[in-house]
Design a protein around this ligand. Structure first.
Ligand SMILES: NC(=O)c1ccc[n+]([C@@H]2O[C@H](COP(=O)([O-])OP(=O)(O)OC[C@H]3O[C@@H](n4cnc5c(N)ncnc54)[C@H](OP(=O)(O)O)[C@@H]3O)[C@@H](O)[C@H]2O)c1
Length: 254
């Protein structure tokens, strides 16, 4: 059923307005949101594509399967609009064994797919809208004008500012405990700015992309005033040409 979640609904959990309980400031963010895992592939020099407007051409079938495995563990995945515009599609789990495992766990075949777009500028003819997925949009009042009920997304969550903690708390209250972040780098930067990331899966691919005309970085647009977060290596697997690195983030201030 199509539903538009307005600002007043979000501020029930947010920091604006006087309606309902405020976001629990004395409650650590980690317990007030789902567990968040970023999954992406980058070149050795930290770039995720040769051209910001295009999907990466360097990733291997082995990396795609790794991405599918990690995404299959999530209840929802979140993607930036620029990544959607570049790919035209979102990730769809096709591996029969992974689909079976989700059924056994009582999960729907595909994770909920949430697209983040402030502008709402998403071409309606993208194959994404024909994929067998449940699609939600996180946007602004301006962006929401392009997506009235019944026009492509089952739910549209609207807030004038990004208000990521409120959105994540709202997800958690809906029972969504595990979320994958599929990129790109600007979206991941926004999550890091909010200290909203617990694990990173980085595929290190054997090429250098920083000499290309407009290569986006794996993480962009965030600033940290205190000490940079430290990461703990949980796992390192060697593929045929790539390294699959799994880290946990420690947000503790010194
Ligand atoms: N190698 C990999 O694993 C991998 C993975 C993903 C993506 N990529 C590549 O990465 C590139 C795209 O990455 P990107 O960093 O340029 O873009 P992005 O993070 O995919 O998307 C950025 C867009 O997301 C929306 N957005 C992000 N943060 C927001 C915020 N805080 N508030 C409101 N809206 C927000 C905005 O959409 P609007 O512009 O619509 O307002 C913004 O322009 C593409 O080349 C793609 O192929 C590679």
């Amino acid at each position: 059923m199509q539903q538009s979640l307005t600002l007043s609904s979000l501020t029930l959990f947010g920091s604006i307005g006087e309606v309902g309980p405020r976001f629990p400031r004395d409650c650590p963010l980690k317990v007030a949101r789902p567990h968040l895992v970023a999954i992406f592939a980058q070149s050795l020099d930290g770039k995720i594509a040769a051209d910001r407007r295009q999907r990466p051409s360097f990733t291997s079938p082995e990396d795609y399967h790794h991405l599918e495995i990690q995404a299959a563990r999530q209840q929802a995945v979140i993607m930036g609009a620029a990544t959607l515009r570049a790919y035209g599609t979102s990730l769809r789990i096709k591996d029969p064994e992974l689909l079976h495992q989700r059924v056994v766990q009582g999960l729907p075949p595909q994770p909920l797919t949430i697209i983040c777009s402030a502008s709402g500028h998403i071409p309606r003819d993208l194959p994404f809208f024909r994929q067998p997925l449940t699609r939600w949009l996180w946007t602004t009042p301006t962006g929401a004008q392009a997506w009235p009920p019944g026009s492509g997304f089952e739910e549209v969550w609207v807030a004038p500012n990004w208000d990521l903690p409120a959105r994540l708390l709202r997800l958690k209250t809906l029972g969504i405990e595990r979320v994958g972040i599929l990129g790109g780098g600007r979206l991941l930067g926004a999550f890091l700015q909010a200290q909203a990331l617990d694990e990173l899966w980085v595929t290190l691919a054997p090429l250098l992309l920083s000499g290309c005309p407009d290569p986006p970085a794996s993480i962009e647009g965030w600033q940290r005033l205190g000490s940079p977060p430290r990461l703990q290596l949980l796992e390192c697997r060697q593929g045929s040409g790539e390294l699959f690195l799994h880290y946990q983030i420690d947000w503790q201030d010194p």
